[in-house]
Every structure is written in C-alpha cells, then in structure tokens.
Design a protein around this ligand. Structure first.
Ligand code: SAM
Ligand code: SF4
Length: 338
C-alpha cells in the first residue's frame, strides 16, 4: 500500500489497521518514512502542544531478584557491584529534583524486597510531605496491596513496561515472571487510580514487525497514560550478550506509530536511544515524543545502574542535560515545562 495512505488511515480515529502497521514497520528507508515522522510530529503538536515534560529519575537500588535475560541488573550478574541508597540519600536526590524545578520524581529500582511495604510507604510520605513532587514509581511487580498502600502514601503514577506483547517471546526472556501477572499488575494500577505507564523494547532477538505491531496494539488497548519505548541494547554480562541491538530507525517508527494510535499519550525520548545516537533525543522529540527524563541519581551510583552498556558515555549530569535540552528546544520553537 501507499505509505501516505497508511499514515492517513492510522491518523484517523478508529482501530488501527494491522496491515497499515505492518507496512510501515517493514520499511527500512529513512526517506520513505518521512511522511510518518511528519504526521506523528504534527499530531504531537496538535494534541500535546510544544511543551516538553520533564521527569527527574532517581535509581535508588540496583539489587534485583529477577533474571530478565536482557538486563544487566539481573541477579545472576555477579560482576556488578550492588548499591542501595539510604532514605536520606533518596530524599536528598528528590530535593535536588525539586530545586531543578522538575515537577515529577521517578523512583526506579530492581525488584528489591529489602525495601518492604512499610519502608517504601514511609519514604513516599516523607518525599511527598517535604517536596510536594508528583511521585512516579517504577519498581516492578508487587502484590495489589502494596500498590494500594503506595497510592495511599502519596504515589501518583507507576511505570511497568509490558516489555513485549508476544507470549512466547515474553516467556523466553523472563525465566521467573509471567506475562499474565505483569498485565494483571497493570490492571490493578489503573483500578487504583495510578496514571499508568507501560511500553516495550524494540529490536529484541526474535521480535519481528508483527511482534512490534502487537506491542503498539497492546499499548493502545491498555489505554496507558505513558509508554516507554526504547531500543534493546545487548549487555555483555547477560545471556543476550551476542545479540544485535535494536536500531534508531525502528525505534522512531514505533514511537511515531504509538503517537498516531494513542494521540494523548506521554512518550519519553529514552536514554537508550541517546546511547545509540548522539541526536537520539532530538530525533525522538521530532517523531512523536514529548517527555525527557534527566537522571538525578548521584553519579557514584549512576554508573552502577548498568542495565545496558553505553549509559556512561551519555553525558548525564541532569543540570547540563536540562541546559542543552533547553537550547536544542528553543531552536525548534519548543519549550520546557517548568
Ligand atoms: N525492575 C523494574 C522493571 O523491570 O520494571 C524497573 C527497572 S528496569 C531496569 C527498567 C527497564 O529497563 C525495563 O522495563 C526494561 O525495558 C529496561 N531494560 C533493561 N535491560 C535493558 C536492555 N538491555 N536494553 C534496553 N532496555 C533495557
Ligand atoms: Fe530486574 Fe527490572 Fe532488570 Fe528485570 S528488567 S532484571 S526486573 S531490574
């Protein structure tokens, strides 16, 4: 089918057509894809405006009890030096986020039961009380009661990527967790009134265009408020060390398709994309993305939050990230929301 026609149909209301998604996901020529990126950028402008939203992320523990095949934090990676931030350190990092005039804090970690329900609730209450920040949590699968307690303590949002929508691929990548449970968690989070984020990796081994089309349809059917879409990057200390990374182009295509099929969703330009390409962030912001997540983890810990290689090669000092971003955005007529 004609590319322009596919883009036009996907930009309309109604359920996205499978054939259109596949046709666009199968293209590999950047020039040919321009109508898609342009349509996504236009839609982003119409629905979300010119502001770029900021989320300050604090990665408070790199301990994890899981063994997701792709992730450098997996428990079986014995070469990684582990850390846990104290309550004081986490609160100080939150105060730095507040001082930088970033309105939302994202607290992320591996699945680490050291931080039990009580400990986390006290921490959330304290951060909320002292900073008034919007609090997003991203710490994996927990029982419904935990999500409920965190919500009562003051958490507003939760990020739990579905990672891949394809059951067989999900099983292969997650020896110790089940897709059904992850989707159940997402359902609980919505029921409890969290603004809920999901998302996927792009370029996972064995993930074809049909698999990515499934991801886009799942994000749409979950009615997610946010979707994290970034390339898969092989980590040397994981079983996927020798696999090929996802590409910038395919990641941008998925971002653009998510923008067209879920016009009001929040879409971050991910750090993983900046690792693949020095202009990854601006490319994402021109293909549908409207969120940036500067990293406020103290530098000594940041380098140990080693999900995928190359993170340290990206300049990550949050204040310089904000300054660069501001000048990049000014050049294209967009502004930071502060
Ligand atoms: N433990 C929580 C969880 O899994 O939801 C939150 C932290 S986890 C490190 C955050 C995200 O990192 C995951 O959702 C996954 O998509 C991403 N990630 C992990 N390893 C990756 C890799 N090798 N390449 C790209 N993204 C990766
Ligand atoms: Fe743990 Fe999350 Fe990494 Fe899986 S993706 S190993 S749950 S930190």
């Amino acid at each position: 089918p004609e590319i322009e026609e596919c883009v036009e149909r996907l930009s309309g209301s109604g359920l996205p057509r499978w054939e259109d998604l596949i046709a666009l996901l199968s293209l590999e020529d950047e020039e040919e894809l321009q109508p898609l990126f342009l349509a996504a950028d236009t839609r982003r402008k119409e629905v979300m405006g010119e502001v770029v939203h900021l989320r300050g992320i604090v990665e408070f523990s790199n301990y994890c009890e899981r063994n997701c095949l792709y992730c450098g934090l997996r428990q079986a990676n014995r070469q990684l030096q582990r850390y846990r931030m104290t309550d004081r350190e986490i609160l100080d990092a939150a105060l730095t986020v507040q001082e930088a005039k970033v309105a939302t804090l994202v607290l992320q970690s591996g699945e680490d039961s050291f931080y039990d329900t009580m400990k986390l609730c006290r921490l959330i209450e304290k951060i909320k009380g002292e900073t008034g920040l919007v609090i997003t949590l991203s710490m994996g699968e927990r029982p419904r009661e935990d999500y409920e307690a965190f919500r009562e303590a003051g958490a507003d949002r939760y990020l739990l990527k579905h990672e891949t929508a394809v059951p067989a691929l999900y099983r292969r990548l997650h020896p110790d967790s089940r897709r059904e449970n992850r989707l159940m968690c997402l359902k609980w989070l919505k029921e409890l009134g969290y603004e809920t984020g999901t998302g996927c990796m792009v370029g996972l081994p064995g993930q074809d265009s049909a698999a990515l089309a499934e991801d886009i349809l799942l994000i749409s059917s979950l009615k997610a408020d946010m979707a994290g879409v970034g390339p898969f990057l092989p980590h040397p200390q994981t079983p996927l060390a020798s696999c090929t990374a996802g590409t910038v182009l395919t990641t941008l295509v998925v971002l653009a398709l998510v923008r067209l099929t879920c016009p009001a969703i929040h879409l971050p330009a991910t750090t993983a994309l900046s690792v693949l390409h020095p202009e990854g962030r601006m490319k994402a912001l021109a293909a549908g993305a409207n969120v940036v997540m500067p990293d406020f983890t103290p530098p000594a810990y940041r380098r140990l939050y080693d999900l995928y290689p190359g993170r340290t090669s990206v300049p990550q000092d949050p204040l310089s990230t904000l300054r660069t971003l501001e000048s990049e955005l000014n050049r294209c007529g967009r502004t930071l929301l502060i």
